[in-house]
Design a protein around this ligand. Sequence first.
Ligand code: ADP
Ligand code: MG
Length: 238
Amino acid sequence: MSFLQIIDLDKSFGNVEVLKRINLEIDEGGFLVLVGPSGCGKSTLLNTIAGLEPITGGEIRIGGRRVNELHPSKRDIAMVFQSYALYPNMTVAQNIGFGMEIRGVPKPEREAAIARVAEMLQIDPLLSRKPSQLSGGQRQRVAMGRALVRDPQVFLFDEPLSNLDAKLRVDMRTEIKRLHQRMGTTIVYVTHDQIEAMTLASKIAVLKDGVLQQFGTPAEIYNNPVNTFVADFMGSPA
Ligand code: ADP
Ligand code: MG
């Protein structure tokens, strides 16, 4: 059985249908990439998985458990957004450890968790800096650190690299791939960058206007696009 299952999912805002009968699934440790043009519903789909948006119909299952009615904090999910607001007056270490501090995790335990994540993301030398003393890529790593430190079962990424310059995007892509291989966490990752999708995904879902066009491995999508939209979008040979 797949670890994350999206079954006949509908989502409307008022009477505007934004997601229409979406069916998707991904195995534990899999890397699902959602692609599609701006406005097709990618962020909305991630938000419903996270529980930040209620769904209108269908079902979401994680680890075999229906989570439709489950509060976001009970879903064992961490999300990394496109625009990541770090606390400007806190150090990197404090930014990463803040959630644990609120939950009352004891200091030695917090410090160990921060050190583990910092080592993983190669930001250990930056722990005592403030966000204003970091580059864009370093800030994005800290934002990932905040999510990683929670050690979630599922990671959701919403275009995490789109604010970075091209060179850094390639470096961070490699970094995310390495982290995924090391941690084996299940990931759902939104991008509008086809190369990012092809290099990271175990499965790709192509959306258009809230309708799933194709769901398959990168090779299937590239070699056998089901329609001209998918072919054009993924840059496959016609
Ligand atoms: P994407 O992430 O693929 O660019 P979104 O999921 O952000 O697309 O948006 C999908 C559609 O849903 C868009 O037409 C958008 O205007 C609409 N939408 C998103 N959030 C809301 C909201 N909170 N209220 C009303 N409409 C929304
Ligand atoms: Mg979006």
